[in-house]
Design a protein around this ligand. Sequence first.
Ligand code: NCD
Length: 358
Amino acid sequence: MLKRICGLGWEVYQALPLDEKITYLMQPDGTPFHTLFAQQFGLDLLTRLATLTNEIRAISKSKNGTEFLRSLLAHKRAMLYFSQPSSRTFLSFLSACQILGMPSGEVRDMATSSEFKGESREDSVRTFSSYFDLIIMRTQEKGLAEQMAWVLSNSDRPIPIINAGSGQDQHPTQALLDIYTLLRSFERTGGLRDKTIVFCGDLLRGRTVRSLSNLLLNYPNIRQIFVAPQPLQVGADIQMMLKERNIQFELTDHFHRAIPQADAVYMTRIQDEWDATKGESARIDTSRFTFGADELALLPKDAVILHPLPRRDEIDTVVDSDPRAMYWRQMRNGMWIRTALIAATFRCEHQVHAYYRN
Ligand code: NCD
């Protein structure tokens, strides 16, 4: 845990290579203490979490089961600190806390917090850690969850932080639910291996694609096709990572040529909140990067369509009733795998297994 690097200093810690940083973030059994990066999740951990998620879902189907789950973390409290807009991530984490019996508090509107009076983020987070046992945070700023994890790990209340979206950079728990959805979707078609995943939309500024592209490296022979208008094509760092790992990938702006090759299409919205100048995104022609009836006709019959949501017009509502549209189920999966992640963070995995077996 980060606690071990007390005295290292933020600058020194920050300069460490990611692989080394990650060793400070994990618990001895390989579960994250702080969940900050998609890269913390290797195949073993992903498999463990998917199993735990399946068990929690099954247990939750009975009244006794829900009571058991609610007893697991009734002695812990969670703080949801979301300084950036959120519906699904916020509500699914809130529901996850409720499923585990964890009372929760929230700050979503900075105008009602002491940050409005000029309090620093460090002091806010240390304040939360005085009252709560877990902080789930979403921020506009890249790397802030990491910095706050470092602050807490060097304080006398080193409680875990879960990154619920950090700027344009990372959204590790979204990637977990995306992977879980792909695993379930491919159960009858050979599992998550030898598959082609087509990403479409704003791949430069969307953090979900960045995190998912990373997590897919854990599965054998996954080809990644990135479909975007040239100015919104996936970043050089992701391309470099894929090259270094010898992953087959392709960049294109030809959606209709990519769709017939897809086992999954992952749609994203244009992230215009990040425009440097007003209306910048509106000047890019994004009309060919949408999914409707024509695209459905090109999609193989066993393929699935994912979207982290919220959507605007990049998926036409006619697609919603197609059995290949997976995004509503994907959203609900988020609640379950976030429940599993929190349970694992607080080492409740064995209790869940034991209850499930009985
Ligand atoms: C995504 C996000 O916040 O990055 N939403 C989510 O968490 N489901 C995607 C988006 O906002 O486009």
